[in-house]
Design a protein around this ligand. Sequence first.
Ligand SMILES: C[S@@+](CC[C@H](N)C(=O)[O-])C[C@H]1O[C@@H](n2cnc3c(N)ncnc32)[C@H](O)[C@@H]1O
Length: 236
Amino acid sequence: MKFEKSRKYDENFLKENMMGPNCIKLLEDLTQNITISKGMRVLDLGCGKGLTSIFLAKEFGATVYATDLWISATENFSRTVALGLEDQIIPIHADANDLPYADEYFDAMVSIDAYHYFGGGEACMDERIAPLIKPGGVIAVCVPGVFADLDAVPKELSPYISDEDFITFRSAKWWRALLEKSEKFSLDTIWEPDEFDEVWNDWLACDNEYAIRDRDFIRDNDGQYLNFVSFIGKRV
Ligand SMILES: C[S@@+](CC[C@H](N)C(=O)[O-])C[C@H]1O[C@@H](n2cnc3c(N)ncnc32)[C@H](O)[C@@H]1O
């Protein structure tokens, strides 16, 4: 069954804590292609309310540094305590542009639905992210993307998103070209996950104001522009 692990999680708990398309399903897809094992130190960058950190701790026994900008460490700590995962998940409030970690501290880095906010420039991978990962360590990312790059938001979607935000959504081809310039990251594979409808529908079923607003956004996208882009590689 697809998403066997994700389907075990309580639907109401997920709905309360999702911040966009179902991040644990996107992560489950990503982790089909990487090895995370017990005791590995994993950076979960842009973890939001920590659902992906919980998944990495519970499913693989990883020690996860749940790092986010918009959500406080205190809020994420209270969620991990409630689940008895406080020894495995370390909540950190930090900006991806100025991370407080030692070089080569992590065995792996994952980032779901966040890397596009800070990772679209050439300096990000080589100067800020890759140095924190041990040589040979995995870097695995999933971002919302587009089938083909556009310079501005298409008119159908302009009521919902600014040009500035829309152009953070890039194609797999665009991400490949950026990542292939990196000297500290070696790209293994990049693909467009095909779970689009399912992961969006999980989010659109939430009853918070952001999910309700996104219902029209996805309806008017009508399968035309948006997709997801996932990539996996190694710290050189
Ligand atoms: C759409 S939310 C997704 C959160 C979570 N990954 C999920 O899928 O539920 C995007 C997240 O990216 C984080 N983010 C954006 N810019 C960031 C930055 N510069 N440093 C760290 N996190 C950042 C935000 O704090 C936010 O929680």
